[in-house]
Design a protein around this ligand. Structure first.
Ligand code: HEM
Length: 133
């Protein structure tokens, strides 16, 4: 469930992110390129990879920590690019949005690293798949 939701959210952000890219191309205004890049990389690539990881290693997806990690990653992947866009358009007044967004992304990434290590990178599950296969 967690894995499928991450995959679904990531592809929605993918469509939004590339739509954003096409918009920049049409307008010939690349001011928001870093916001587009971070939305695609954190929102699509990052969340999609996390979704695939949780799908491959379901044991890692159980419990509240994985849910918190997923929520933080989704929230950070949206707030951070919005903050970058706000700074590019409105100036440094919007810096707090980027600071909050980047910290949320950081905590989500640190939790993900913890979950991957705690799960032994799925060693046991991989071994049982090899044994069955
Ligand atoms: C239809 C799909 C896409 C379109 C039309 C598009 C369009 C653009 C445009 C117009 C720029 C600005 C180029 C410039 O500043 O000269 C850009 C930059 C960038 N895009 Fe995309 N893009 C697309 C998909 C993606 C995807 C899928 C990713 C990542 C997974 C991505 C990552 C980046 C990065 C890293 C930059 C550089 C940002 C920077 O220089 O600050 N783009 N894109």
């Amino acid at each position: 469930m967690l894995a499928s939701n991450l995959l679904r959210i990531s592809v929605v952000l993918f469509v939004v992110g590339i739509g954003f890219g096409i918009g920049m191309g049409v307008a010939e205004d690349f001011t928001l390129a870093p916001a587009h890049a971070h939305l695609n990389l954190l929102g699509f690539v990052g969340l999609f990879l996390a979704g695939l990881y949780y799908h491959a290693f379901p044991a890692a997806a159980t419990g509240p920590l994985a849910r918190i990690q997923a929520w933080l990653s989704v929230i950070g992947a949206v707030i951070f690019p919005i903050g970058i866009a706000a700074i590019r358009i409105g100036g440094p007044t919007y810096r707090p949005v980027v600071v909050v967004g980047s910290l949320v992304v950081f905590v989500g990434a640190a939790l993900f690293a913890f979950i991957v290590f705690r799960n032994g990178a799925g060693r046991d599950e991989l071994q049982s798949k090899i044994d069955v296969g």
